[in-house]
Each structure stands twice: as structure tokens, then as C-alpha cells.
Design a protein around this ligand. Sequence first.
Ligand code: GAP
Length: 518
Amino acid sequence: MKEKAPKQPENQLSIEEMATFCKRKGFVYQNSEIYGSLAGFFDFGPLGVELKNNIKQHWWKTFVQSRDDIVGIDGSIITHPAVWKASGHVDSFTDILVECNKCKARHRADHLIEDKLGINTTGMSLDDLAKILKESPIKCPKCGNAALGEPKAFNLMFTTNIGPIETENSRAYLRPETAQVIFTDFRLVQENARLKLPFGIAQIGKAYRNEISPRDFLFRMREFEQMEIEYFTHPDSVNECPYLDEVLNHEIQILSEDMQKHNKEHVKMSIREALQKKIIKTTWHAYWLAKSHKWFTSLGAKLDNFRIRQHIPTELSHYALETWDLEYKFPFGWKELQGVANRTDYDLQQHIKHSGKDLSLFDEATKRKIIPHVVCEPSQGVERAFLVFMFDAYTYNPERDNIVLKLHPALAPFKVAVFPLVSNKDELVKKAKEVHDNLKPYFASFYDDSGSIGRRYARQDESGTPYCITIDFDTLNNDTVTIRDRDSTEQHRIKIKELRHKLEQLLSKETHFSDLKD
Ligand code: GAP
């Protein structure tokens, strides 16, 4: 099946078309497809695993390795069950479900109301949803029966069992967020890394949520990955971000709580203006939201496909004082890409209370113990970022009649592909393999000698490979090759001995492709 191609930004691919494209190219597959698949679980294919790894590596490099104030950990997925009691997840990490009285299918109440009645359910309580369902009965989307049961809270944590005997005490949970391991390791990490406030602890890892209705491909999954930072500040200086200057002139589309209350559209303004007008209240929120937006756009995502939206009070998680989401304009509407919550000292206090351990820090200045505050927790799903980069890279070129996946070179699964012009000339094949082997230690390089040269270029355009190298008959005489640019299809000849250096310059964007002409 050939995917429908977007001719203009408003007309981007549907999420289903993106899923089809991802499967055809080997980016993402449904898990266990040969057994009929399992909703909410996906596997990443040869191109997908490279893109996903590149996203995680780039995030880690930007937010951990390039900074002196943030260190990383890699925690366990299963933790002591008491962690989730203390964090509030056992009691409060729920969505509202309704069950069909006839076929017993279970549906997420807010999604059902949004889909069938077009009502925005953001921040609605169980009672609000029950009232709407009572006043406007909805039929079961699976069997068409009109009798749906009473809505009830459903805990999203997956349970498992530790050890050979199943008892109430052996029950454990797969972590629904990576954050809690950061809190439970907080004192050890602070001591080992000799961190001084303000500082952050970051983690990339799997999280599990037994979503009632996983949907929209990678957007709402049951197993996914998070890239999270818990950023700790002194409780007396929760509004003093020393890095604010870096982002003051940055412009972003903003939808505040007040704008939502008055049914207004988002407004584009600078971070400086948003702080001056007290639309964003804390400098840390302003800083982290702008940093995240800049991270996406530095990797090729489109500036105006993002906005930040403040949570309305009824929507806040049980631990949050204030939350802003970085949202992206998905084909199915503006949706959360990253949450940036002010968790205050809620989590550390809860773990102090439940574990009986001292998780305070000693403040040399005031000679007293303090509990740091997490004013900002930038928390992002890897797969949602994956979708953003895929949507913003996907273009259809009518003149070439092919799809060009304009991924940023840092994210592209392969940086370069090497072809012999024809595959039935041994000297060309030998030389092309030699060039490919010499590039491999430095760049993710792909070798291809099957099909016409035009088809090979088209395949690499669809895979997002920024540069293709062709070995032709001139190569055998003068040791030069053609290098072709994915986005412009421009070609230049360069010497093989300069290839590595030129590719390094092109991939790091130090050199523009057209400069190779000289
Ligand atoms: N520690 C805070 C936390 O977990 P969250 O808003 O529930 O906050 C953070 O999740 C991010 O994780 C979201 O912004 C989203 O990118 C990603 N995420 C959450 N649930 C997801 C799901 N079911 N499928 C894919 N990504 C998800």
C-alpha cells in the first residue's frame, strides 16, 4: 500500500498511515503479530531501533553529559512495592472505565465521551463523567449495546509476583514511571556525585501502564520508555533559575489556564514576556519548557507544531502543584508530548514518612536540614518524541514521486549509503565494498547493490539517509565518487580520501552541501 502523502502541513499523514509507513520501512511493528498482536505493545525494527537509540543518545548528551548539574542513573523496573504505596500510585494512579453489561468490553470513560459526544473531558472527575454518561447514554463501541455499567476507577499499574509462592506479600508492580527510582536513590546519588543544589537526576528507561484503551499507534502504549529529569532546588529558592538568560528571547505558543477558562486560542510570545505578564510563574518552568522546545527544534522538528499548555487545577496529578505540558499538533489534535510538573517536596516527604529514612540534605549556610523541592520534572515519552520526528520529517515530493524522510542527520538511522553504479561489474562492487568498509567504523553506513540506481536512491530517501555515495567508472580512474544530498538531490564529485572528513562536516552541519562544489 502506498501511503497518502501530505501536500501541505495541515494535511499531514493520519496516525494509521504513519503506522503503515513505519511497518513497511522496518521502523515499527505490532508486537506478536503472528499470534494476532497484543494491543499497546510494539517492536522496533532495524531502522526504528537506530532512530530510537539516536533520540535517546542525543537527549542524554544534551541533558546529562553536556551539563555539570545533572547526573544519570539506570534503575530497576521492579522495586519494593512500598515505593508505590508511598508515592500514591497504589491509591491514586487511576483512569475511569465503563464496562459494557452485555459483551463486558471495557472502555475509558473520558475517551468514549470525547469520541462520541465531542466533549472536552480535561480535568473531569468520576462524578462528572458519570453524570454525562447518565444524561447522554452512549452505546458500547464494540457490540452496540446501550447498557453500559457505572463508571469506576481502574488502577493502571501492572502487577507481578516475586518468588515462587504467590501471596498477598509477594505482589509487586512494574514501574508506571521512572521517577520514583530517582527519589528512592536520591541520597546515594547526591552523596556519590557530590551534588550541590540546584541539581538534577536523569533516567531513561521502560515504564508500564495497563492503559484501558491503548490507541493512536505509539501515542498511548502499555509498555513505553520515558526520559525523565527530577530537578531539585533549595526550598527557599524555588524560583531562582541561574540559566534563565539562555531562554528569555525564545518564542513559543502558550495556552495558559486562564486562556482555557475563557476559551481563547494559544498565543505566541517570548519567555521574557510570559514571565513579565506572570503567565508562567516560575523561572524554572520557563527554563525547562523552552529548553525542551529548543531540543526538539534543534533536531529538525517544526517550531509551530508545538505549544505549552498549563494544566487546569482539576487535571493535576495527585503529586503536582502546577504542571505545564509541552504539546505537539498530532493529526488527532494537540496532545501531551512532555509533562513538566512541580512536584514540590511531595515525593521525598512521602518516602521519608514511609521508609523512616532521613532523605534531607544539610544546608551549610543556615546549618539546618532541608528537604529539596522538585519545582520541575521534565518527563517525556521516547515513543512520542519518535512520532514527532517522523511526522515532521515525512514529506512527499511530487516531482520525484517519492517519500523523502528529512530526518536530522543526528537522528537518521543510516548516515550514508554506498552503491556501485551497477552490480554486474566486479571492480565497481569491490571498490564500493571497500569504501563502505572504510566508512563503517565512523558512520552508520549501508551498502546496497540491488535494483536500479534510481530505486536505491529512492529507498534511502524513504529511510532518511542524508547522503548516498556512488562508485562509477570514473572512480576506477581517479579515485573520486559522487555524493548525493537526500533533500536537494544535488550531486558533487569528491575524492575518496576526503570522504570521511567531508561527511563529518556535512553531518555536523559545519559545511553546507552546495559548498562541496568548490
Ligand atoms: N513522572 C511523571 C510522569 O510519568 P506522565 O505525564 O504520566 O508523567 C510522562 O508521563 C510522559 O510519558 C508523557 O508526557 C508521555 O510522553 C509519556 N507517556 C505517558 N503515558 C504514556 C503511554 N501510555 N504511552 C506512551 N507514552 C506515554
